[in-house]
Design a protein. Structure first.
Lengths: 663, 214
């Protein structure tokens, strides 16, 4: 296990034996402050990685608590021990496979009644649970009172009140982790009938599991396929009898087993909370609730959305990121200082001109590859991810999702898809990966197609906004074209693809002020991922372009494409931007930027080129992700369709502009 | 004492003949139960019917009992079709067996759950019971889908009707459970409701599946 080696090597305490590491897993519903607690406990040593075989991110970090090194795992949000989504599956997998020494169940004090149901499940499973009742400050502000010592007594596990965002309760949590020792705890009894059903199954189980036999039996009765597979593997020949019993019991209770179980658990929680939880006489309406109202009412929500887009996307990412920052980094730092300096340096060391060209020529790895990556793409992507993380942490996305759900239904998606679509404005490749969180295959394919076609990524968007902002008419034509194509193709694709649009349901977490440290961590990890992914491609692209130039293949390709360019009324030099676009979408836009600064294009040509390039085939990375996620056939079909549509639209738009003289 | 199944069937057939077809009596041959059956004796001994010369007449108590019996039968039909989705001949068959269970107040509960229906699946009138009268007097809308609530109104979740068990589990895990209070705060563009201190958004298709008692 490479993880452990890395951990002990980065710790000064060399005496720590790897086996002595205490594992602590944070579990709980989404939006209860798990990540904030995680950051508060771990500090600097954090690795965020996809759980093997999934796109679900799991953060791990280490912390020294009372002299013991602890590995802290931040699991994805889960509602119940019986998983439905991929996130929940991963969270449970961690509990099952990694057998943590302490399981910190974090829940929201305001929703104690609802969330304690999962605590019951964890207790049933005989997991080493410590309950953290978080967000106590908000609960107090709303006038709720919770008798934590009484709850601890009733539950029989340690219970800690906390407000992690305010650093309250952290010491108690650390102490609880340090002194915790695993022991069996009392479990709550269900009705006689249910207990008898559970017993009849659990008696047959012989193997050893991370969860108690009672819990395993319950999951089997709920027809959990993964647990069933696990039991089949462990029990060997004994499994036939178990499966038979489970079949018999699930058949007996087929009418309403899930509901009965939920109702029984609800009953237990009600009993637990008697005397523990008391509500205020009058409901207190907080400012965040008022803000939430504004965000979800169409009358105020749409203006608010426009405001967010204008200030967030246009002003911050467009003006500041793609304007001010790019001007400084690219224009000043690279063009004036770095490029002349490195060109001189390389020419001094390497006498052969072709090799010089590889590093510092027109398409040089350093003068072009690095300049594009650091000078143009970095500031735009950084500002976008910052903007995205702030929105994400404020709880705005679920509200946006419900606002657009009706419109998205028309294009075969649900409001849920708004998150990958908005993320697509940052990086389409990342967004294509995130489409996994959508419920049906049909929805995933539709979202993948729309991302490939009509959603420009931040780098491309930034460059295009900068290009077209000098001609407001061109910008308007570009925007209208993209929105129309997005809706039209979405509408048609949803009609042509068989299947139904799934229903939409989402929890609305309370709106809150994002925490700076959290936002920065998120932005940083996203940037890191992005750069690991794009920098090699930028360098590869530079090398390929260099080879292309040496072998004159490049000029040939420009010649081949020139009829297509002519058809769209563009000078043949624009082909360069399209060839760049094969490597990176944003690279293509940056190429266009270069051409424009040379003054080759007029307004009409610029508009046509910008629209075509935005629609045009996704970059190599996005194509690879499309292939991985949706299969080669779908990826190829989307690629061909998108390219044809891009050039077709370019042609039509050119004709239209020639006739109307709009731009 | 509960009547036998056969006796209930005789009452039903007689009630239809007298109340819906306007006859004064029913011929034994038309009732589908042979004349020698002890069920006739049972009914006669409880002064519900009178049998004279192969004809069956209601006594005043019998008419009322017949009304309640037909009500149970038609409620059973509704229940089987609307809730359990058993249709056609199988539905009629099952309803005949089911109706006998709907006594001692169970019929009122079923009637309330079905929101006091007035006709059976075949379009025939269901005689109203006390629960229907009371519901009408209090203006109680009974159990309605969430879509029927106005924003700002609240109620208690009665049941969830969905064929997708995953979705049911998800809803239950989110706290949408029978017996919990639900407050609807918005109906457009999506439905927004609150259970406890949590808020959820759902589309109208889903809102139709959550049934609420006002």
């Amino acid at each position: 296990m490479g993880l452990f080696k890395k951990k002990s090597s980065c710790h000064s305490n060399a005496g720590v034996v790897t086996g002595a590491v205490k594992k602590v897993a944070l579990v709980g519903n989404p939006n209860v402050g798990k990540s904030v607690l995680f950051n508060a406990l771990t500090g600097a040593y954090v690795t965020v990685s996809n759980y093997p075989g999934t796109s679900v991110e799991v953060a791990r970090g280490s912390a020294a608590i009372n002299g013991t090194t602890c590995e802290i795992i931040d699991t994805p949000g889960m509602y119940s021990l019986l998983p439905i989504t991929e996130e929940e599956r991963v969270a449970r997998e961690i509990l099952l496979k990694e057998s943590p020494d302490v399981v910190l169940h974090v829940l929201d004090a305001r929703n104690l009644e609802r969330m304690l149901v999962m605590t019951l499940q964890l207790i049933d499973a005989q997991l080493p649970v410590v309950l953290v009742v978080n967000i106590m400050d908000e609960a107090e502000r709303m006038g709720l009172s919770i008798d934590l010592p009484l709850l601890q007594e009733k539950l029989g596990i340690p219970v800690i009140g906390a407000a992690t965002a305010k650093k309250r309760g952290l010491d108690e949590i650390r102490k609880a982790i340090a002194v915790y020792s695993r022991r069996k705890h009392a479990v709550f009894a269900y009705s006689k009938r249910l207990e008898a059903d559970i017993d009849s199954v659990s008696q047959l189980i012989n193997g050893d599991y991370a969860l108690s036999k009672k819990s395993v039996a319950l999951l089997l009765l709920q027809r959990d396929e993964e647990v069933s597979a696990l039991v089949a593997e462990r029990e060997g020949e004994g499994f036939a009898a178990i499966a038979g019993k489970v079949r018999e019991k699930t058949f007996e209770r087929r009418e309403s087993f899930h509901l009965d179980l939920s109702m029984e658990r609800k009953g237990v929680v009600k009993g637990l909370l008697a005397g523990v939880f008391s509500l205020p006489d009058k409901r207190v309406v907080t400012f965040s609730e008022r803000l939430s109202r504004w965000a979800v009412r169409p009358l105020t929500g749409i203006p608010l959305l426009l405001l967010v887009l204008y200030y967030g996307l246009y002003k911050f990412v467009g003006d500041f990121g793609a304007g001010t920052l790019v001007d400084f980094l690219e224009g000043t730092l690279f063009e004036q200082y770095f490029n002349p300096w490195v060109t001189g340096l390389v020419k001094g060391i390497i006498p052969w001109i072709p090799i010089q060209e590889l590093f510092v020529g027109e398409y040089g790895v350093l003068t072009l590859g690095l300049r594009y990556a650091v000078g143009i793409i970095l500031p735009i992507v950084a500002t976008f991810f910052l903007f995205f993380s702030i929105l994400e942490d404020s709880g705005y996305f679920p509200r946006l999702a419900l606002l657009v759900d009706r419109v998205f239904k028309k294009i075969g998606l649900t409001g849920r898809a708004v998150i990958p679509i908005v993320l697509g404005f940052g990086c389409d490749t990342m967004a294509t990966m995130v489409t996994r969180t959508l419920e049906t295959v049909r929805e995933r394919v539709l979202a993948t197609l729309l991302l490939a076609l009509a959603i420009p990524c931040s780098a491309q968007l930034g460059v295009i906004l900068a290009l077209l902002s000098k001609a407001p008419g061109a910008l308007l034509v570009w925007g209208v074209c993209l929105i129309l194509i997005f809706l039209l193709i979405g509408f048609l694709a949803a009609r042509l693809m068989p299947g139904e649009t799934p229903m939409f349901y989402m929890e609305l977490p309370p709106m809150r002020l994002p925490q700076l440290s959290n936002v920065l961590t998120k932005t940083y990890t996203r940037m890191q991922w992005y750069f690991m992914e794009i920098l090699p491609l930028f360098i590869l692209a530079s090398v390929l372009l260099w080879i292309g130039k040496l072998t004159h293949f490049f000029e040939m390709a420009v010649e081949w494409l020139s009829p297509v360019m002519g058809m769209m009324g563009l000078p043949k030099d624009v082909a360069v931007a399209f060839i760049f676009g094969f490597f990176r979408r944003d690279y293509g836009a940056a190429g266009l930027y270069d051409l424009q600064t040379k003054g080759i294009l007029d307004g009409r040509q610029l508009t046509v080129a910008a629209v075509t390039l935005t629609l045009f085939i996704p970059c190599v990375a996005q194509f690879l992700v499309m292939k991985r996620e949706r299969g080669l056939k779908v990826a190829l079909a989307i690629g061909v369709f998108v390219s044809t549509l891009a050039f077709g639209s370019g042609y039509l738009l050119n004709q239209f502009l020639l006739v109307t003289k709009l731009v | 004492m509960k009547l036998s199944d056969k006796a209930e069937e005789i009452l039903e057939a007689l009630w239809i003949a007298v109340e819906e077809e306007g006859k004064g009596f029913a011929e034994i041959d038309q009732l589908g139960i042979p004349a020698g059956d002890p069920a006739y004796q049972e009914l006669a001994s409880r002064t519900l019917i009178e049998v004279k010369e192969g004809r069956v007449y209601f006594r005043p108590e019998g008419r009322e009992e017949g009304r309640r019996t037909i009500r149970r039968h038609r409620l059973a039909e509704r229940l089987l079709m609307d809730v359990l989705n058993v249709r056609g001949e199988a539905g009629d068959d099952k309803a005949c067996q089911f109706e006998h269970l709907l006594n001692e107040g169970v019929d009122a509960k079923v009637c309330t759950m079905l929101n006091h229906p007035t006709t059976c699946p075949h379009g025939k009138h269901i005689p109203p019971g006390d629960c229907c009268e009371e519901a009408r007097r209090s203006g109680d809308l009974g159990v309605v889908p969430l879509t029927e609530l106005k924003s700002g109104e609240e109620g208690e979740i009665a049941y969830i009707q969905t064929e997708d068990s995953k979705k049911m589990q998800k809803l239950m895990a989110m706290g949408v459970l029978p017996g919990n209070r639900i407050v609807l705060s918005q109906t457009f563009p999506s439905y927004i409701f609150r259970v406890g201190f949590s808020e959820f958004a759902i589309d109208s298709a889903m809102a139709r599946e959550i049934f609420v008692r006002k």
